[in-house]
Every structure is written in structure tokens, then in C-alpha cells.
Design a protein around this ligand. Structure first.
Ligand code: 5GP
Length: 217
């Protein structure tokens, strides 16, 4: 008996949330566990932290390199965050979506607004935006992981940035109030699983062996 197969276009999954919300871990883990998903590595002008590798964690660029690639129209979106540029290269995104692979992007709220405002219909149809909220001020302080070595000014800056990011959660189609890594990942995966069933992203696979004498639609 032949079986109906549907082909689907990939999702463009934009994930934002304050520092410590676990958004990078969710995106990375999902792309590692699903071979039809990729993590979009961002470009940045900030300096690598200990252990960070070029081309793995970020593409580390000088300000001049970033600006000339931006002039050439290579970025899907970019924003200045904490005094550095961060941006997503189109080459990390568009061909994957066309090929039916999901692209996971961990970006700030300004970048997410730019992706939402794109006119390109293939981006609009692919877009799924998710915000990760923290449940309390106490949890936010825990997750920001202050080591007791920061000045009051640094603490205030990081707290303000986190509050500022969280003010935007209602602009996102989905919001996850973070519980723990396992629960958050399960909720995140369920959202993507539902989005995979949206009819408007599905088409009958021309390669499929479905016998259309049996299925009349
Ligand atoms: P960090 O320097 O701690 O790795 O990241 C700082 C912030 O930059 C995070 O909120 C992260 O989501 C955001 N970010 C990382 N990559 C991008 C990007 O490509 N575009 C935008 N707009 N923000 C990004």
C-alpha cells in the first residue's frame, strides 16, 4: 500500500529572552537532536570569551568587516547590543528554509523586530517567534549569575538590560515561562512539532509514491 508523503518548508525560529533564560541552549540542543534543523551562527564584533571559537560560537568580525558586509547587504538583520554589533548572515538562513530545514536563531528583541518586519513572503511564512521569560526577580538574579566581583554599576546595567528585554514578550507568538532545562526543552520541541503540522507550509511531495486513486483530494 502506498503512503502519502508531504513536503514542508523549513521554519525560521527566532528565540529571544534575557541573559540566563537558556535560549542559546534550547536552540543549540534542538539543532543537535534534529537532523532537519540548523543553528544560525551569528556574526559579532565583540571579542571572543574564553573557550569561544570562531565559526562555532560566532563569526568574530572587526567593526570594519561587519560594516562592509552590511553594506553589501549580507545581513538578514543586525543590531547593536551592549556596544557591539550582532547580526545574522542571510547565508546562514535562506537556503536552509528553502531546502526544508528549520533554522534556529537566538537573537535580541531589536533583531527579532527586524525579522518580523521583513517583506519577503518566504520569511514571513517561515517565521515562528518564541520568547523565554523568567518566572520571578529572584530567578532572574540567580540566572544572571553574579559572582560578587561585579560593581554595582555592572549589576544595575545587566539587570536593566534583562528587564528591558522582558518588556517585549507580548510581541512574540509564543512565550515559555522558564521552569527547568528539561521542561523548557519539551515545551519548545512541542511548539515546533505543532508548527510542523501547519497546512500552509505543506505540499504533496512530487517524489512521493502516493496512489492518488486511493486518496482523492
Ligand atoms: P552574548 O554577547 O552574550 O553572546 O550575546 C548578547 C546578546 O546578543 C544576546 O541577547 C543575544 O541573543 C544577542 N545576539 C546574538 N546573536 C545575535 C544576532 O545575530 N542578532 C541580534 N540582533 N542579536 C544577537
Amino acid at each position: 500500500m502506498s503512503k502519502l508523503e508531504l513536503k514542508r518548508r523549513g521554519l525560521l525560529c527566532v528565540v529571544s529572552g534575557p541573559s540566563g533564560s537558556g535560549k542559546t541552549t534550547l536552540c543549540r540542543r534542538y539543532s543537535e537532536e534534529n537532523n532537519q534543523a540548523v543553528y544560525a551562527i551569528s556574526a559579532t564584533t565583540r571579542k571572543p570569551r574564553d573557550g569561544e571559537k570562531d565559526g562555532v560560537d560566532y563569526f568574530f568580525l572587526t567593526r570594519d568587516e561587519f560594516e562592509s558586509r552590511n553594506t553589501r547587504g549580507e545581513f538578514l538583520e543586525y543590531a547593536e547590543v551592549h556596544g557591539n554589533y550582532y547580526g545574522t548572515l542571510k547565508s546562514e538562513v535562506l537556503s536552509h528554509i528553502e531546502a526544508g530545514r528549520d533554522v534556529l536563531m537566538d537573537i535580541d528583541v531589536q533583531g527579532a523586530a527586524l525579522v518580523r518586519s521583513q517583506k519577503d513572503t518566504s520569511i514571513q511564512e517561515a517565521l515562528v517567534d518564541i520568547f523565554i521569560l523568567l518566572p520571578s526577580e529572584e530567578e532572574l538574579l540567580n540566572r544572571l549569575n553574579f559572582r560578587g566581583t561585579e560593581t554595582q554599576e555592572q549589576i544595575d546595567l545587566r539587570l536593566n538590560n534583562a528587564h528591558e528585554e522582558m518588556r517585549h514578550w507580548q510581541l512574540y507568538r509564543y512565550t515559555i515561562v522558564s521552569a527547568n532545562k528539561a521542561t523548557d526543552f519539551s515545551t519548545f520541541s512541542s511548539i515546533l512539532a505543532s508548527e510542523h503540522c501547519r497546512s500552509n507550509r505543506l505540499t504533496p511531495d512530487p517524489e512521493s509514491k502516493a496512489d492518488d486513486r486511493e486518496l482523492d483530494f
